[in-house]
Design a protein around this ligand. Structure first.
Ligand code: NAD
Ligand code: DAU
Length: 354
């Protein structure tokens, strides 16, 4: 086995932050398998494209021959599985891709990893890890006074996206229980930070606010999410990978519950401050639009276990993280122009016009 981490979906938002962070902070090599869907962007990884410890492979996690060949050639000590269709609204409009990648793709990956792992020497088998990156959405929706999700909260996924992630979590669990594959699962709350595709609330609002366009808020804007800065999430994953107990799941969160409307107003104020408001505060652009079907009211994460067992806690506060994020989007014109062409524009037209 080599000191190599096999990452799937490493050209997406969280995956690319993770790959960059690991190349900078670790000695491991990283091989990144990504299909480059609309959400995958190699520009995110330009800084390390020529790094000797990094290899990019264009392909699908469901391509078993490709995955098999890669595992045999690179002999990784760990797989960190980010690849997924990740956008709830897209899953409502077209769930099939979510089943194909999140369920069938995860299954195919698990099968190939099981074969590879089965062929390792005993010591290597013990040291190997398969870390599955999942979401708090598998737990469903909370009432205003319910306790936050813990690792033992029953699954109750409400959107096709959440159902597909829940299915993949169950497969990972079953592979550990049945075959002894050394798996770890992390369930994380909403991430924000650089490289997030602007179909998601925070980058969408930053870019629309900066362009003076309407800021669409679903329903009454009082849905609550827990927000975590992406670099904190990546550190948490690295921590679980290094020291998590095999077969366990770990909730990761920011201890930072916020209503959507409060997020949007905060961004308006920061964009006004950073870009200048020219006398018309951007809060005036807020537009309440038709609600998301089946919209989960509240998510909250109890991230006590990862802190108690592994000593991880988020470093960034929401106030500092959101300022860094707004600044990044305002300063990275070229990245923004690149992703806002093509499929993104088409999505915005279809989704927000109905
Ligand atoms: P993303 O949509 O930004 O990126 C997904 C990446 O996976 C893209 O690079 C895409 O090209 C790639 N991909 C998609 N299908 C593939 C396939 N069949 N084979 C290979 N690559 C494929 O997603 P993200 O926001 O970075 O999320 C990454 C993971 O973290 C997902 O599993 C998601 O469920 C989970 N997660 C996300 C959040 C969040 O707030 N964004 C929170 C918790 C968990
Ligand atoms: O909770 C973790 C999940 O967070 C991840 O598993 C998903 O991959 C990720 O996409 C995210 O899901 P959400 O549905 O919570 O994120 P999104 O940014 O799409 O929406 C955040 C909230 O903002 C949600 O309540 C819906 C609302 N919203 C979203 C958009 C795009 C709006 O009010 N207006 C919008 O235009």
């Amino acid at each position: 086995m080599e000191n190599t981490i096999f990452v799937t979906g490493g050209a997406g938002f969280i995956g690319s932050n993770f790959v960059l962070q690991r190349i900078e902070r670790d000695s491991a090599s990283v091989v990144n398998l990504d299909k480059l869907t609309y959400a995958g962007n190699l520009h995110n990884l330009e800084a390390i494209a020529k790094n000797q410890r990094y290899e990019f492979v264009h392909g699908d996690i469901a391509d078993r021959g490709l995955v098999r060949g890669l595992l045999e050639r690179r002999k990784p000590r760990a797989v960190v599985h980010f690849a997924a269709e990740s956008h709830v609204d897209r899953s409502i409009r077209g769930p099939e891709d979510f089943v194909r990648t999140n369920v069938d793709g995860t299954f195919a990956l698990l099968e190939e990893v099981r074969t590879y792992w089965g062929g390792l020497a005993e010591r290597e088998k013990t040291d190997f890890r398969f870390l599955h990156v999942s979401t708090d959405e598998v737990f469903g929706s909370l009432g205003p006074n319910d306790p936050a999700f813990s690792e033992t909260t029953p699954y109750a996924p409400n959107s096709p996206y959440a159902a597909s992630k829940a299915a993949s979590d169950h497969f990972v669990r079953a592979y550990q229980h049945t075959y002894g594959l050394p798996t770890l699962t992390t369930n994380c709350s909403n991430n924000y930070g650089r490289f997030q595709f602007p179909e998601k609330l925070i980058p969408l609002v930053i870019l629309n606010a900066s362009d003076g366009k309407p800021l669409p808020v679903y329903g009454d804007g009082k849905n609550v999410r827990d927000w975590l800065y992406v670099e904190d999430h990546c550190e948490a994953i690295a921590t679980v990978l290094a020291r998590g107990r095999v077969g366990q799941t770990y909730n990761i969160g920011g201890w930072n519950e916020k209503r959507n409307i409060d997020i949007v107003e905060t961004i308006c104020d920061i964009v006004d401050e950073m870009a200048g408001s020219r006398g018309a505060p951007r809060r005036g652009l807020i537009t309440f639009v038709k609600d998301r079907p089946g919209h989960d009211r509240r998510y909250a994460m109890d991230a006590t276990k990862i802190e108690r067992e592994l000593g991880w806690r988020p470093v960034e506060t929401f106030e500092s993280g959101i300022r860094k994020t707004v600044q990044w989007y305002l300063e990275n014109d070229e990245w923004v122009r690149d992703v806002t062409s093509g499929s993104y524009r088409q999505w915005v037209e279809t989704h927000y016009s109905s």
